[in-house]
Design a protein around this ligand. Sequence first.
Ligand code: ITT
Length: 187
Amino acid sequence: PKIIVATSNEHKLKEIKEIFNDFNVAGMSKDYIAPEETGHTFCENALIKAKSIEHLGEIVLADDSGIEVQALLGLPGIYSARYSGGNDYQNNQKLLEELKHHANRKARFVCCMVAIVNKKIISAEGILEGTIAFEPKGENGFGYDPIFIPSGFNQTLAELGSDIKNKISHRKKALEQIRKKIMEILK
Ligand code: ITT
């Protein structure tokens, strides 16, 4: 089946394509203007994005995700993309700076996927637990990957690379759940 994804983040799209390699996954064109993310939760924002392209196909999908840091009471959370007002590197620097005086470096990635399948709205959430590293390491991935060490590993997601990331990630978990719900509607 064909799935259109409401994202302007090419890294997300690449991961979704790798995980959903049994679907025909298409992104948006260059001139796609994303809606304002005015929701208060990941799923609210994912729904806003999915609805914005509902008219484009029988199956549309949107991903809203971010990192929640325990010592920062869950921030940056839904503000992850706009945390520093700058780029990924600056977001990472700000997070490391904020955590300087905290011993607790626990964090988790959260992803909410919303799909609209033949007008039916479905959602699924995935979580990846881990800790924040003391400095950025690794070249793979995007966003907070260089400073996030998943539980059970001793390297960052950016060091571990996409093969491992796409087996364990919040995005992978959310996609596997939503895959089941999509197939249930289509059968
Ligand atoms: P779209 O809304 O167009 O999909 P976006 O990048 O703005 O793209 P979000 O609003 O969902 O997406 O913000 C997600 C941010 O959370 C992202 O920019 C990263 O900073 C962070 N993030 C989410 N998933 C991540 C991952 O797998 N690895 C690293 N950082 C991630």
